[in-house]
Write a protein that binds this ligand. Structure first.
Ligand SMILES: [Fe+2]
Ligand SMILES: [Fe+2]
Length: 205
């Protein structure tokens, strides 16, 4: 894959499709994702592409996001993206907020081909998370939630980013998200709640 060309196209895609603050959030997520990939032994370029692409379609009309995401049904390389899209379809209240993950996954896979599949699968899972996630998917999830432009960034996050192993960091991020949603009175996807409980009990057993 020609990462230089893909990066340039993702940056112009962000300008074309995303609100200015989302462009900044995506670049900040990409920078953190790149850094964490290096810390956890992955190719930092994968993290950079995942961060730049993860919210690419979030400002698209919602019908178009669903239509794009559901094309995962005919792509055998994207089982996690398909599973995420189907799960979101069964949680209609939250589905509209989170379908941009699987939508971007399919859109970018169609553009860049099978070599992009691992990045696409990570992108698909960044919005709702899942029980089985690759290291790249966990790193992207964490980067999206803890990137420094997020208003709810805490000093504890900085310690976690520097010192925790990947699973601990992932559980930390999930916990922060759940706490934040609760404090705002927002509803929480059942799948996210189940995942958090499963991860916590796996770590305690
Ligand atoms: Fe997102
Ligand atoms: Fe994001």
């Amino acid at each position: 894959m020609d990462f230089g060309t893909i990066e340039a196209e993702l940056l112009s895609g962000l300008e074309l499709y995303c609100k200015p603050w989302r462009q900044e959030h995506s670049k900040s997520t990409a920078a953190l994702c790149e850094r964490l990939c290096a810390r956890f032994g992955l190719d930092p370029r994968l993290g950079r592409m995942a961060g730049l692409g993860h919210d690419l379609l979030k400002d698209w009309p919602i019908e178009l996001q669903w239509e794009t995401a559901l094309r995962a049904q005919s792509i055998s390389d994207l089982p996690a993206s398909l599973a995420a899209a189907m799960r979101l379809r069964s949680e209609p209240q939250l589905g509209d907020k989170m379908i941009h993950g699987p939508a971007a996954a399919v859109y970018l896979y169609e553009k860049y081909g099978p070599g992009f599949a691992d990045i696409s699968e990570a992108i698909a899972q960044h919005s709702s998370a899942a029980l089985h996630m690759s290291s790249l998917a966990k790193i992207l999830y964490v980067s999206d939630k803890l990137e420094p432009l997020r208003p709810r960034s805490t000093p504890e996050d900085l310690v976690a980013l520097r010192e925790y192993d990947l699973d601990a960091l992932f559980v930390h991020s999930l916990g922060q998200v759940l706490e934040w949603l609760k404090s705002k009175g927002h509803s929480i996807a059942q799948s996210t709640l189940d995942l958090y409980n499963a991860m916590v009990s796996a770590r305690n057993s």
